[in-house]
Structures are given as structure tokens and as C-alpha cells.
Design a protein around this ligand. Sequence first.
Ligand code: B4P
Length: 191
Amino acid sequence: MKRMLIIGPPGSGKGTQAARISESLGVVAISTGDIFRANVKEMTPLGVEAKKYIDAGNFVPDEVTNRMVRDRLTQDDVADGFLLDGYPRTSAQVDELDDILAEGGHELDAVLQLTADDDELVARLLKRAEIEGREDDNEEVIRHRLGLYKEQTQVVVDRYLERGIVRPVDGLGDVDEVTERVLGALETPAK
Ligand code: B4P
């Protein structure tokens, strides 16, 4: 399993689990959210552009996001594999990822799908708001992000389900428990 992604609603534990899987399996984890936030912090042109979307809980436009991911996935350190976290989030991003991989003669091996109910997701993100103070972690924006997930990202999961590469993982429970399930899911047949 070399080329993977982790998908799930905001607060489902994508970033948390991606860091652990990356360490366990020795693959490079790439988080689009982290790349955007690093650019916002440095006030690069990309960061200035992205900030207005992120703070409102909206997706950064596909064109901007796709260009950034293309740049990242064509670097040498991912030639042997990667774990994408937070991308693709729209159908257009699925197409772009397919193109990038096909150009290198590759395809996606696995999609880890984390699930959790809305009340748990909101509770986790409000807790993170207290600790990290992220602008996009207030209840109104969180509910908006959850809505966008259902409207635009569920179709991404559906497209991968059609390919039979999705491995659903229950994201409820403590972080270690979920990590065990994620690693176990990579050993079992996909749906
Ligand atoms: P992300 O950074 O992907 O933000 P997120 O959906 O909130 O997920 P994250 O990975 O940070 O949180 P996690 O679930 O691990 O995106 C932020 C924004 O960037 C987007 O809204 C969008 O504007 C933009 N963006 C990013 N990618 C984009 C794309 N492809 N296209 C367009 N725009 C894009 O964890 C959440 C909290 O839960 C943490 O505090 C964690 O500690 C806690 N937690 C995790 N697991 C837990 C567990 N088992 N139990 C209890 N708490 C847990």
C-alpha cells in the first residue's frame, strides 16, 4: 500500500491519524490544511488568498488547491508513496489527483474513510478551539464545514467506493483505539 488518502468530516481525526500512520508505515503525510495554514502564517500570496476561505469554513478554490497539490506531489520525497490528508474534497479534485497519478504511471491504492457523528465532531472541534484557537473552529463555521462535507465531499467517497478501494474506519473512541482500527483496516479487503 503506497499511495493512500484519509478522508472524513472535519474533526473525524484525519490529521491526528495521518501523523500516526505516516510514522508507522514510513510514508510521507501531506495535509492540505497544514500547508494552507503554514502559508497563512508566513503571509505568502497563497496564504493571503486561502485565509479568506478558510476562516469562513469554505473550500479554497479547486484551481488554487489543485496547483498546490500538483507541486507537492511531483517532489522527489513522494516518489515511493504518500498519505494525503484533506485532499481531494471535491469531484474536480478527484479528477486532478487521477491525472497527477496517471502522469507518473500510478493509481491510488487505498482510501481510509473515518466516520463519526456530528455531535462528536462539533464537540472535538470546540475543544480544539479552546486549545489552539483556530479561527475556523467556532460552532457556526464548524456546522458550515460539516454541511460542505455532506454536499461536496460525500461524492468523493462515493466515487472511490465505485472503485472498490475504500476502507471504512469507525473514528469514535480514543486516539490509540482508532489508530489500531486504521492499521487493521489496511490489512483487510476494501469495499
Ligand atoms: P483541515 O486542516 O483538513 O481541517 P479539519 O477538516 O478540521 O481536519 P483536521 O485534520 O485538522 O482535524 P482532525 O479531524 O484530525 O482543513 C481546514 C480548512 O482548509 C478547510 O475547511 C478548507 O478551508 C481548507 N482546505 C483544506 N484542504 C482543502 C482542499 N482539499 N480543498 C479546499 N480547501 C481545503 O481532528 C480534529 C480534532 O479532534 C483535534 O483537536 C484532535 O485532537 C481531535 N481528535 C482527533 N481524534 C480524536 C479522538 N479519537 N477522540 C477525541 N478527539 C480526537
